[in-house]
Design a protein around this ligand. Structure first.
Ligand code: ATP
Ligand code: MG
Length: 329
């Protein structure tokens, strides 16, 4: 069996607690070598940058990247986002952000466009501090960018239950969203077996709460997908459960796998973080590497374990949860 080379970025806070748990699980089901990178808000405070200037080059030759969480109370969220996550997502063309949500009768995957759309650096502010001050923020959607995420989502729905829901807001956002809708509709023709629908994102948010069980694959822009996937994770239970993948489907660059939660400074250092989201992210990594049998073993063990961390009302520590899980593999 080939040995896979994994880049580990534990990051900050509970990232440094849940990533070792995921690593123990990986070592129990496969053969991996690791290189660890201390890139984080802690490094930012020490060296003035979250990652070195040649960071992407150092990650480039790994088969995958597993990340814990980055963030710190004293560092504004946009600094940690633009200092590490966005450069990696964009630099490695990880244009699909996959967030599976499974629990309480819910089994859906949110496919979020991950490199363009509303999260852009284009815009600015005029007349700072004056009564006429204004701010402009541009969204950028491209035919190529929307088309490739739509193609991925249709193909995924075809392998699942065959329903694709596209999030839009073309009644209020009159240029980019009709463009999104048109391109999604064009891709529908190539996937006649997939039923597809489009919903305004506000109505969709309500349905996520009222009837989450009806959804299969949901495709959404960068901003809408960000909001919808956090909402869906909350509806399904603790945010500590939710895994995610940042995929470069063409495999020209390494993909990155990370739990949806942040660094959770309120519980960091106590050893009680729920490692399920990080372990689930490792499962997505195993699947991406073609190690389906290993992925299935971990998924089975996760569904069998009765250990519960405090976020789910239990008293197991991260270590106890992980040891119990390992005994079920
Ligand atoms: P960041 O700024 O890094 O995003 P945050 O505090 O904004 O951090 P999260 O870290 O996701 O956001 O935390 C949100 C809440 O969920 C916190 O109360 C945290 O303790 C809890 N939480 C997040 N992840 C976990 C986990 N794995 N296990 C238990 N509780 C968690
Ligand atoms: Mg946060």
């Amino acid at each position: 069996m080939t040995k896979h080379h994994i880049a580990l970025i534990p990051g900050d806070g509970i990232g440094t607690e849940v990533l070792p748990a995921a690593r123990r699980v990986l070592d129990a089901v496969g053969d991996f070598s690791y290189q660890e990178f201390d890139w984080s808000c802690e490094r930012l405070a020490r060296e003035g940058a979250m990652m070195p200037p040649d960071g992407l080059a150092r990650l480039r030759d790994h088969d995958a990247i597993l990340l814990g969480a980055v963030g710190a109370p004293a560092v504004p969220d946009h600094v940690s986002l633009w200092g590490l996550l966005i450069p990696i997502r964009r630099g490695f063309q990880q244009y699909v952000n996959l967030r599976p949500i499974r629990a309480r009768g819910i089994d859906m995957v949110v496919v979020r466009e991950n490199v363009e759309g509303e999260y852009s650096e284009i815009g600015g502010r005029l007349g700072r501090g004056t009564p006429d001050e204004l701010a402009v923020q541009e969204s950028v959607f491209t035919r190529k960018g929307v088309g490739r995420v739509a193609a991925y989502a249709f193909a995924l729905a075809g392998r699942r239950r065959g329903l694709l829901t596209s999030a839009t807001k073309s009644n209020g956002i009159v240029h980019t969203m009709p463009f999104w809708d048109e391109i999604v509709a064009e891709h529908a023709a190539a996937h006649p077996a997939v039923r597809w629908e489009q919903e305004h994102v506000d109505a969709l948010a309500a349905k996520f709460v009222l009837d989450p069980g009806r959804f299969d694959v949901v495709v959404a822009s960068n901003l809408f997908g960000d909001i919808l996937s956090d909402l869906a994770a909350a509806v399904a239970g603790s945010i500590g459960l939710a895994p995610s993948a940042n995929l470069n489907p063409e495999r020209a660059f390494p993909s990155m796998f990370e739990p949806v939660h942040g660094s959770a400074p309120d519980i960091a250092g106590q050893g009680v973080a729920n490692p399920t989201g990080a372990i689930g992210s490792a499962v997505l990594m195993l699947e991406h590497l073609g190690l389906d049998e290993a992925a299935r073993r971990v998924t089975d063990a996760l569904s069998k374990t009765s250990a519960r961390t405090p976020d789910l009302g239990g008293s197991a520590t991260t270590e106890e949860f992980t040891s119990r899980l390992l005994s079920l593999l």
